[in-house]
Design a protein around this ligand. Structure first.
Ligand SMILES: Nc1nc2c(ncn2[C@@H]2O[C@H](COP(=O)(O)OP(=O)(O)O)[C@@H](O)[C@H]2O)c(=O)[nH]1
Ligand SMILES: [Mg+2]
Length: 492
């Protein structure tokens, strides 16, 4: 997969390593070569250009990580930007927990729809679902038979009708009714394609969409067709509002352009990839793994990631020292929170603290992911003086902060108390043995500071909305509006 782009990217990036020292000029020169490699791989022109702009901006401004050669660091940047371009990871089919889920597959002729119907059916069956396939492609004489054979191989029911005297829409409606009767929980509709996007095809698919109201509309795209795949994805998305793309034939001699461009051009995520003709050759799409394959520099990428972790670990250690010396302020605390977000989880952070790594694994209840926004809001409403001297926050300051952050004065109190407990604990921990540290982590978890969402539960109970709640509520509203718009479009 991707031999061409991988080798040309590697030679572009190796130019950077030659000079020994990186200058802005040779960063730019190296990235121009990267851009050329992308265009040769049939990456969309605008995508390649913007991609290089982002990489250049990053590379020129970046702090050099100790223990890395600058050219290695550039590989890291290109990798990260490739991940951003193709990500985030989104391979959920959003199936209903109970009741019937409907998945509609569409795409050009020969893109792999019928095969992918079987692959998805097989995957769902393995997950314990009861799928059914519906043969709604009446365009190709052999399509129905092809789907039936696939169904037989997988022992999955297939609904079909003799093509004379029916329409694709009727087949879908009747297939859905049959599925409901048979207690099926996921119906997958195999629809017709054409050689090119045309209005007759779009009308047929839109009618099915409106009538059947699928939960997911997935476009099956042939990765070998490069930019054509991307252009057709754009056209299908304008007519149908796709939920995802399944990119097929990535096992073949593809140049990789479609995989790199499709998300950026259409905004629709790649959910699965087809990597072979056999029915088990379907994989969830992982942008980071794909970026790694495209770059073909797995070893350098992991080196960069390790160096970044080391940098974060250095920062943690620095903060740790401050904490143990009793000089850790709420401002530091917030910075640390930001770092945690960047790194993924508090669990990971704790693992970096010398002596705490193994202990985290024995405390699976610690869930620090929830709602750090609230703490952020509280600290944001404090003055610099208050952040550095939390013990000086009196009643009137407390009320002002609560008003500013949309929380209750009691919540400010609790945050400060927990924060002081934590600082105290950290100071004590400096001289502790392993057992005591374990106990200390347990206490810390019990205090609620490691679970900021829980500790501010009283805000929710009070029924008043703070800015953080407001933001969440606004987002929910926005999503609801978007959903109803989609619904209306479908009902047209
Ligand atoms: N190598 C490879 N071939 C595939 C893949 N998916 C489908 N195909 C092949 O592509 C051809 C067209 O597939 P088909 O499912 O009939 O396409 P449809 O016209 O969209 O229904 C068939 O020969 C499939 O075996 C894949 O992921 N890799
Ligand atoms: Mg087909």
């Amino acid at each position: 997969m991707f031999e061409g782009i991988t080798s040309s990217l590697q030679s572009a990036l190796s130019v950077l390593g030659r000079g020994g020292k990186l200058t802005e000029a040779n960063i730019r020169e190296g990235l121009v070569q990267v851009r050329k490699a992308l265009l040769e791989a049939d990456v969309h022109y605008d995508v390649a250009t913007k991609f290089i702009e982002r990489c250049t901006e990053q590379a020129v401004g970046e702090k050099v990580l100790k223990s890395l050669r600058p050219d290695q660091q550039i590989v890291g940047i290109v990798h990260q930007e490739l991940c951003n371009l193709m990500g985030p990871t989104d391979h959920s089919l959003h199936l209903r927990r109970d009741g019937l889920s409907k998945i509609m597959l569409c795409g050009l002729q020969g893109s792999g729809k019928t095969t992918t119907c079987g692959k998805l059916g097989r995957m769902l069956k393995e997950q314990g679902r009861r799928p059914m396939l519906v043969a709604a492609d009446l365009q190709r004489p052999a399509a129905i038979e092809q789907l039936k054979v696939i169904g037989q191989q997988l022992d999955i029911p297939v609904y079909s009708e003799p093509p004379a005297g029916t329409t694709p829409l009727k087949v879908c409606v009747n297939g859905l009714a049959a599925a409901k009767q048979a207690g099926i929980d996921v119906v997958i509709f195999d629809t017709a394609g054409r050689l090119h996007v045309d209005s007759a095809l779009m009308t047929e698919l839109t009618q099915i969409d409106v009538k059947i109201q699928p939960d997911q509309i997935l476009l099956v795209c042939d990765a070998m067709t490069g930019q054509d795949a991307v252009n057709s994805a754009k056209a299908f998305n304008e007519a149908l509002e796709l939920d995802g793309v399944i990119l097929t034939k990535l096992d073949g001699d593809t140049r990789g352009g479609a995989a790199i461009s499709v998300k950026e051009v259409t905004g629709v995520p790649i959910k699965f990839i087809g990597v072979g003709e056999q029915l088990d050759r379907l994989e969830p799409f992982h942008p980071d793994r794909m970026a790694g394959r495209i770059l073909g520099m797995g070893d350098v990428v992991s080196l960069v990631e390790r160096a970044q972790r080391e940098m974060d670990a250095d920062e943690v250690e620095r903060q740790q020292k401050k904490m143990m010396a009793g000089k850790f302020s709420l401002e530091d605390f917030r910075n640390q929170m930001k770092m945690i977000r960047r790194m993924g989880s508090l669990r990971d952070l704790m693992k970096m603290i010398p002596g705490l790594g193994g202990l985290m694994d024995s405390n699976p209840d610690i869930d620090a992911e929830s709602d750090m926004n609230r703490i952020d809001a509280i600290i944001s409403s404090m003055t610099k003086f208050e952040r550095n001297n939390p013990d000086r926050i009196d009643r009137s300051r407390r009320h002002r902060i609560a008003r500013g952050s949309g929380t209750q004065p009691a919540d400010i109190n609790r945050l400060i108390k927990d924060f002081q407990n934590m600082s105290g604990m950290m100071q004590k921990m400096a001289g502790m043995g392993a057992m005591d540290k374990m106990r200390a982590v347990k206490d810390l978890a019990g205090s609620g500071l490691l679970n900021p969402g829980a500790q501010l539960a009283s805000v929710k109970k009070s029924g008043k909305m703070g800015p953080a709640d407001q933001r969440l509520a606004d987002e929910k509203k926005k999503k609801a509006r978007k959903d109803s718009k989609k619904q209306k479009k479908r009902n047209r």
